[in-house]
Design a protein around this ligand. Structure first.
Ligand code: 5AD
Ligand code: SF4
Ligand code: FES
Length: 347
């Protein structure tokens, strides 16, 4: 098959064999790259039109009990400035987000046991009580099935947990021994069975990643059937073991976004902050490669630079309202439009 035929087939049947996926990831000419992005945009337009959904991100704790080798919040990083937002502060951020037109609040943190299930449930249910027309997304890591069930019963709608890599050997090179690919996957299936809209995903260009790994990730995603997929470039952080590793590239990230859109036409796919960090128009280019979600930061300005997963993170000096406005302008410059809505998965 030629690349043009591969793109045509992917657009039609939303699936390709491993070898053809690998070829699309590695052998595209400039013209073919444009054709891939155009195909992704067309498929997305049939489901979601020109709408781009907003998620207001509250990074409520920079404490983490894990030690992922790539992440600036890892517990081994003594230089990381740690903070926790109080329940009231989180609720204020959520209210502010509502005023700014966000109808999804994403609560994200390191794995911080200080926030017991009881606390998380109370925060979720208070946000839902005050804003019943908003969705609440949790992104707080690996928990027991019972905990996931409690959050869901408290009103949480969605859960983001990137699988990072489906290859067990690769997983073990990115994480300390006490973490496993199997537990990660267990979490994802528990979340799905409970009834969440679930997001998985990977970093592009993480250390030791090969094209074959990415192909395995694509096949896993196709099988798992997530409602959301988070994809951004790996960016080294100076205080981690991966400080001298190369970052993922813009091109590789855009190719993968487009392929994910073509394989999972209905997926909610963010143009991530990491993509905006490696290129001044990274997020806009992400939208033009098939992404349809953006997640501006709602965290209080005084804690933003403390939530540093990787070096150079953008939007750390800006207020929630500034990011909201900035994002709207950026999206409009692509010919798409930001909408005020929950932006649920269209099943
Ligand atoms: N570069 C890019 N993304 C990162 N993440 C963590 N560390 C980095 C980094 N150095 C991503 C992981 C995690 C998500 C919250 O952030 O994929 O799941
Ligand atoms: Fe903690 Fe998440 Fe960073 Fe891993 S990626 S160290 S779990 S915040
Ligand atoms: Fe945050 Fe542009 S989106 S300043």
């Amino acid at each position: 098959m030629t690349n043009t035929e591969r793109i045509g087939k992917l657009k039609k049947v939303h699936m390709l064999g491993a070898e053809d996926l690998g070829a699309l990831l590695t052998t595209l000419s400039d013209g073919e790259e444009q054709a891939l992005c155009d195909a992704a945009c067309e498929v997305r337009r049939e489901v979601y039109g020109r709408d781009v959904y907003l998620r207001g991100l509250i990074e409520f704790s920079s404490y983490c009990r894990n030690n992922c080798l790539y992440c600036g919040l890892r517990r081994g990083n003594a230089a990381c400035q740690r903070y926790r937002l109080s329940e009231e502060e989180i609720l204020e951020c959520a209210d502010r987000g509502y005023e700014l037109g966000f109808r999804t609040i994403v609560l994200q943190s390191g794995e911080d046991p200080w926030y017991t299930d009881e606390k998380i449930c109370r925060i979720v249910s208070r946000i839902k009580e005050k804003h019943p027309d908003s969705a609440v997304t949790l992104s707080i890591g690996e928990k027991s099935r019972e905990s996931y069930q409690r959050y869901f019963d408290a009103g949480a709608d969605r859960y983001l947990l990137r699988h990072e890599t489906i290859n067990a050997e690769h997983y073990s090179r990115l994480h300390p021994e006490e973490m496993s690919r199997d537990n990660r996957v267990r979490c994802l299936y528990d979340l799905k069975e409970i009834g969440y809209q679930v997001g998985c995903g990977i970093m592009v260009g993480s250390p030791f990643q090969t094209t074959e790994h990415i192909v395995e990730d694509l096949l896993f995603m196709k099988e798992f059937g997530p409602q959301m997929v988070g994809i951004g470039p790996f960016i080294p952080h100076q205080d981690t073991p991966f400080k001298d590793e190369k970052r993922g590239t813009l091109e590789d990230t855009l190719h993968l976004l487009a392929i994910v859109r073509l394989m999972l036409p209905r997926v909610l796919l963010p143009a991530t902050t990491a993509l905006g960090t490696i290129h001044p128009r990274g997020r806009e280019l992400g939208i033009l490669a098939g992404a349809n979600v953006v997640m501006p930061n709602l965290s209080p300005s005084d804690v933003r630079e403390k939530y540093m997963l990787y070096d150079g993170k953008i939007c750390t000096g800006d207020e929630a309202a500034e990011c909201r406005r900035c994002m709207e302008r950026r999206i409009e410059s692509t010919g798409y439009r930001v909408v005020v809505s929950r932006g649920d998965f269209r099943g």
